[in-house]
Design a protein around this ligand. Structure first.
Ligand code: NZQ
Ligand code: MN
Length: 385
């Protein structure tokens, strides 16, 4: 546990059923016009987009809808939306949907400030962005409450994350009612993402007293609600608890980062954009957990405890390892006991993926508890194949 650290998170969180109706009142504080960044289908089909635009209009905020954000959003979409914002002099960005539109909203908010491609901000830090409000519809990435944005360069397959202080959303609306429409596969993949955030922040080198508290509460909520939300999609209590777990784990990674599972997953879904982030994590988790077990035995035991696994006479080694067995069971129950091969990854791409993990996700590699080099990362990819 670290004894020297800083903690900062300025996001005002609104949690509760029906709160998307408050969007207009919240947004009005920042501007009279808003670009809504959203995906192509889900928010339209469920009527959520209409409810948000109505709330904005009622409050006197003019909405402009950009509904071309794809899962694993590309720099092309972000630059195109930023251009619309500049041309129309729009004053704020509302991200509506899963992690993809939320990440895109933050990137658009930065890119709209200057007329330069968003990719440049990987190297040149940004210190100004338009105000962002997040309205989250998956419980997953934690993007609703953190400063990170993940974007894909479709020409190279690179999928780095970036996050500057100016990119924190001003306010986050977390309304479990809009999560009930998630189909089982989205519930499963995004829900497993929450577990991996809590796992990697908790076992990572940058863990501290604040992030570990968030992680422990996230594990506790995951234990009772991940499978419940999957098996009972309309159970709003389970949906609400998963939404809380997502936000808590999102705060944890904002403070303490992720590790090798995320470092390897980003180039997987970067090179194969049809792969859901959480599905890539599912394929990589078991091998990576085995790799880290020895260096974080006590942490694994603590997580096993928070995950409700009975100790029942197990030795320390057995108890720590029982977490991995439990996660295998959870993955099977979510129908996510899958491999990279199953996800369509080509074997001859594994070396490229390993290389890119070190190139674009270096901070996550560094944060991994057990030291790892490109060769060992390639072996992890091979055993996840
Ligand atoms: O695209 P639409 O039509 O909106 O449909 C989406 C999409 O097909 C659908 N969906 C979302 N909410 C729904 C719904 N369908 C029905 N009902 C709802 N309520 O689900 C599909 C997946 O959506 P997406 O936003 O892509 O999923 P997710 O929330 O998992 O976000 C993934 C993105 O976030 C990044 C990932 O890399 C990926 O690009 N991440 C962002 C992080 C962050 N900002 O901190 C951390 C994460 O580790 C992650 O890297
Ligand atoms: Mn993730």
């Amino acid at each position: 546990m670290n004894n020297v650290f800083g903690v900062y998170n300025p996001v005002k969180i609104h949690f509760g059923r029906g709160l998307i109706a408050e969007t207009g009142r919240i947004a009005k504080k920042y501007s009279d016009s808003a670009l809504i960044a959203t995906g192509k289908n889900s928010m339209q089909k469920t009527g959520t987009l209409d409810r948000v635009t109505k709330s904005l209009k009622d409050a006197g905020v003019k909405p402009v809808v950009y509904d071309k954000i794809t899962p694993n959003p590309t720099i092309k979409e972000i630059d195109e939306a930023a251009e619309i914002v500049r041309k129309n002099n729009i004053g704020m960005i509302i991200g509506l949907g899963g992690g993809s539109p939320l990440d895109a909203a933050k990137a658009i908010a930065v890119a709209a400030k200057d007329n330069i491609p968003v990719w440049n901000y990987l190297k040149t830090p940004a210190d100004k962005a338009l105000p962002v409000i997040t309205i989250v519809s998956t419980s997953g990435t934690g993007s609703e409450v953190n400063r990170y944005s993940v974007m894909t360069n479709p020409e190279t397959g690179e999928k780095p994350g970036f996050g500057y202080e100016c990119m924190y959303p001003k306010e986050a609306v977390i309304d479990p009612e809009i999560m009930a429409s998630m189909p089982p596969y989205v519930t499963a993949t995004t829900g497993f993402d929450v577990f991996v955030h809590a796992l990697e922040a908790f076992t990572g080198k940058a863990i501290n007293a604040f992030s570990s508290a968030y992680c422990m509460q996230a594990f506790y909520l995951l234990k009772d609600n991940l499978l419940k939300a999957y098996n009972e999609p309309d159970n709003l209590d389970a949906r609400g608890n998963m939404a809380l777990a997502s936000a808590l784990a999102g705060l944890a990674i904002d403070i303490s980062g992720v590790g090798i599972i995320h470092a390897l997953e980003h180039p997987v879904s970067g090179n194969y954009p049809s792969v859901a982030h959480g599905a890539g994590l599912a394929a990589l988790a078991v091998a990576s957990m085995k790799y880290n077990l020895e260096s974080r035995k006590r942490d694994f035991m603590l997580i096993a405890h928070h995950y409700g696994i009975k100790r029942a006479g197990k030795s320390d080694d057995e108890y720590a390892a029982s977490l991995i067995e439990k996660i295998k069971e959870v993955l099977a129950a979510l129908k996510l006991n899958i491999t990279l091969k199953y996800l369509g990854v080509e074997k001859d791409k594994l070396a490229k993926i390993s290389k890119e993990a070190f190139m674009t996700m270096g901070f996550a590699v560094q944060n991994n508890p057990a030291p790892i080099d490109e060769k060992e990362a390639l072996r992890l990819l091979e055993s996840s194949y």
